[in-house]
Design a protein around this ligand. Structure first.
Ligand code: SF4
Length: 349
């Protein structure tokens, strides 16, 4: 069984691991103008009194074999975006094209078959595994649901999946409480891999783990990506974690993407004031540099997604805000090749 006590801390330096960049033509996931509003009701008659605008006109693509990091504060719409792509939520409007099929328009048996190619790894490895099932049953469940294997073939596949995530196949008979947090997350990854998916949404998949275990799980995810040409949407609130695994990173604020570019560009040349403030909070391994650099502390809380501010949604907290920011919504503009951001003052920042 893998030893999880020997991992190294997640560095905020770029990873040396080769990054597989997808060609523009080889798009696996194409999200266009995605909107997800949750209706809010009140009173005995449960009349609709408004909407929580969890995802508000979000567009991006993910290339085959690519990892797109999706970052932002809690409640910014990252998880909802991931779940809308997987069609775990009904989408309010917009399209999610996966392998040339618009999932929003796909229903019933066809959607069920498409789902086999898309999997989710949850944040909480404690809550996401049924405590009454053995590790083998947990991993093997998708094989039975999708009628992929039974009998000896089933047992061999479960053992193979355990080996893939660096767990001893002999642990198949153990229950989740007998595993550490990191090992439980390995079980979650093995379960996601069971159906040979093309695309995995990793929803804060390492956020609940110790820093040293985070590094091991990220290394594992990167190895599996190379081995099986997997495509990830890697959702996290921690920019240091996202940097290590992502080819590109999209930053979300109040249901919108405010900046998207390559991972290296984002860290070297962030242009949106929100991205700049998030990066200023990422610890630097050198304590002398870390002590002396300027931190941007955002004032106030994220506004309610039920009643987002007009103009630029970030203007109520932005240290650079001017009059135009309060009245006009900034459009996504090209900063550089493959680098887009939405801010009126891009030229000045
Ligand atoms: Fe800040 Fe204005 Fe840019 Fe919005 S548009 S991020 S408020 S400077």
């Amino acid at each position: 069984m893998s030893d999880e006590s020997t991992g190294t801390a997640v560095s905020d330096q770029p990873s040396d691991a080769p990054r597989q960049r997808a060609s523009v033509e080889d798009v696996l996931v194409d999200v266009k103008n995605l909107v997800k509003y949750f209706p809010v009701t009140a009173g005995v008659l449960r009349r609709k009194v408004g909407d929580v605008k969890a995802v508000d006109d979000v567009s991006f693509t993910i290339g085959r074999g690519e990892t797109l990091g999706l970052v932002g504060e809690s409640g910014c719409g990252k998880t909802t975006t991931g779940r809308c792509i997987l069609q775990l939520y009904d989408v309010t409007s917009g399209s999610v094209v996966f392998n040339d099929v618009d999932l929003v328009q796909t229903k019933g048996e066809q959607l069920r078959r498409m789902r086999r190619h898309m999997q989710l790894i949850f944040q909480d490895p404690f809550a996401s595994l049924d405590p009454r099932m053995t590790a083998g049953d947990i991993i093997g469940e998708p094989l039975l649901v999708h009628k992929i294997a039974k009998g000896n073939e089933y047992r061999e596949r479960v053992a193979e999946l355990l080996s893939m995530v660096e767990l001893d196949p002999a642990v198949a008979s153990r229950y989740p409480h007998e595993f550490s947090g990191g090992q439980r997350q390995r079980l979650g990854i093995a379960r996601a891999l069971a159906v040979n998916p093309d695309f995995i949404v990793c929803d804060e998949a390492v956020s609940a783990l110790d820093v040293s275990i985070q590094a091991q799980i990220i290394t594992l995810l990167m190895r599996l990506r190379e081995e099986f040409n997997l495509t990830y949407l890697f959702i996290a609130h921690d920019l240091a974690v996202v940097r290590n695994i992502s080819d590109r990173v999209a930053v979300m604020y109040l249901g919108k993407i405010v900046e998207i570019t390559t991972s290296d560009q984002l860290y070297a040349n962030p242009r949106h004031p929100y991205t700049i403030s998030l990066l200023s909070a990422v610890p630097i391994p050198d304590p002398v540099v870390d002590r002396t650099r300027e931190r941007i502390v955002l004032e106030g809380d994220v506004p309610s997604p039920m009643n987002p501010p007009g103009g630029c949604p970030f203007h109520t907290r932005c240290p650079q805000a001017t009059d135009i920011c309060r009245t006009q919504v900034p459009e996504m503009k090209k900063v550089d090749e493959g680098h887009m951001a939405s801010c009126h003052l891009l030229d000045a920042i």
